[in-house]
Design a binder for this molecule. Structure first.
Ligand code: ATP
Ligand code: MG
Length: 356
């Protein structure tokens, strides 16, 4: 229902923030725009909202171009990081506000009734008479979301709505947002730079870097089948281990360990490998503890997460990580015999293109 075609944005200072973006977002889909700071997430959102004009390209809602259309006519609800509530107004007045201003305003009593209906949906009835200043960040963000929804928009746009909240509240409110938008079936674009947030909340994720879409896919595909080295490194915490290795015959060689190309799954090669230098990516959970190791090392630092722990070790003169069950009872300084699941290795060219 939202089609974005060859969208470019060059700011006045000649900076090209978006370099030909193409996206199709389905009706009722929850899509995250994900990527590092400055990659162009807010720029896309503001262009969709009509707060910013694109340099070129088209955006269509239900097949109709909205370029040049006034933001008010786009049928969009907007939520920002800093709740942007009116401090002198009560919660219900804040929520009613969009209904009682402008050309098709509702009578006050009707607006109040509608506001209350939505406050029930977002479960903030009890806050009705409070002023923003006397509420927590999480409560204020619930109010801001309710205000965005009260006009019953076709599309909900949220720009880092959780980044002012503490860690535990972020988890709770992101769940609430997902269940809310699924319940009311609204098409939603959610901006975040937090890969874990995007993985947990989205139907699909747009991962961007420097104004270019790196991969637009379902969350598990970004994690399990990254399109390139940037995606592999961005998704996952702790970050994927990467090693520069050199191909010698059927072996991949590095100072401290080798990998046997014969043991790789032939089906997973994306064409023949033409490079002699490759970047090998191994996620910390796909190293194994084994009696038949590819290398031996020692634990330098142990980080306990809970059920699992991260063991840091040194290999090829660099630091790397393995995740193991906490019950393994391994301590700093202990010996490690490390193997690998060959099916779960990734290979990239030095330019970051995925070849396995
Ligand atoms: N008005 C402007 N003039 C010039 N450059 C701008 C302007 N607004 C943004 N930019 C640049 O465009 C790029 C994309 O900015 P944008 O705000 O879309 O990034 P973002 O992905 O939302 O980042 P963040 O995660 O930090 O919010 C950045 O490099 C930014 O510096
Ligand atoms: Mg931004």
């Amino acid at each position: 229902m939202i089609e974005i075609e060859n969208l470019r944005k060059v700011y006045d200072n000649k900076y090209e923030a978006l370099k030909s973006i193409n996206l199709n977002i389905n009706k009722s889909e929850l899509v995250c725009l994900l990527g590092p700071s400055g990659c162009g997430k807010t720029t896309i959102l503001n262009i969709v909202a009509g707060l910013l004009d694109p340099t070129s390209g088209d955006i269509r809602f239900d097949g109709k171009s909205i370029i040049g259309m006034h933001p008010k006519d786009r049928d969009i609800g907007l939520v920002f990081q800093n709740y942007a509530l009116y401090p002198h107004m009560s919660v219900i007045d804040n929520i009613m506000f969009p209904l009682v201003v402008g050309s098709n305003k509702l009578p006050k009593e009707e607006a109040r009734k509608r506001a209350r209906e939505y406050m029930k949906i977002t479960k903030i009835e009890a806050l009705e008479d409070k002023k923003p200043g006397s509420m927590s960040g999480g409560q204020q963000q619930r109010v801001a979301i309710t205000r965005a929804l009260v006009q019953n928009p076709k599309i909900l746009l949220l720009d880092e709505p959780l980044s002012n909240l503490d860690a535990r509240l972020r988890l709770q409110i992101r769940e609430e947002i997902r269940s809310l938008v699924k319940r009311i079936n609204i098409t939603t674009i959610f901006v975040t730079h937090d890969q874990e947030e995007a993985l947990s909340i989205s139907d699909r994720i747009v991962l961007m870097d420097q104004g270019i879409v790196q991969q637009f896919d379902r969350p598990q595909n970004l994690y399990l089948e990254p399109a390139n080295l940037f995606v592999a490194k961005f998704m996952g915490n702790p970050i994927i281990n990467t090693f520069e290795m050199t191909r010698q015959g059927s072996m991949l060689v590095s100072p401290d360990f080798t990998l046997d190309l014969e043991k790789f799954d032939k089906e997973r090669f994306k064409g023949s490998i033409e490079h002699d230098k490759l970047i090998v990516g191994i996620r910390p959970e796909y190293f194994t503890l084994t009696h038949n190791p590819i290398f031996k090392t020692k634990v330098t630092v142990k980080e306990l997460i809970g059920k699992d722990c991260i063991l840091n070790f040194s290999i090829n003169g660099q630091s790397a990580k393995i995740i193991v069950d906490t019950h393994a009872n391994i301590e700093e300084g202990d010996d490690l015999s490390i193997g690998v699941e060959y099916d779960s290795i990734y290979l990239f060219t030095p330019e970051g293109e995925r070849v396995y």
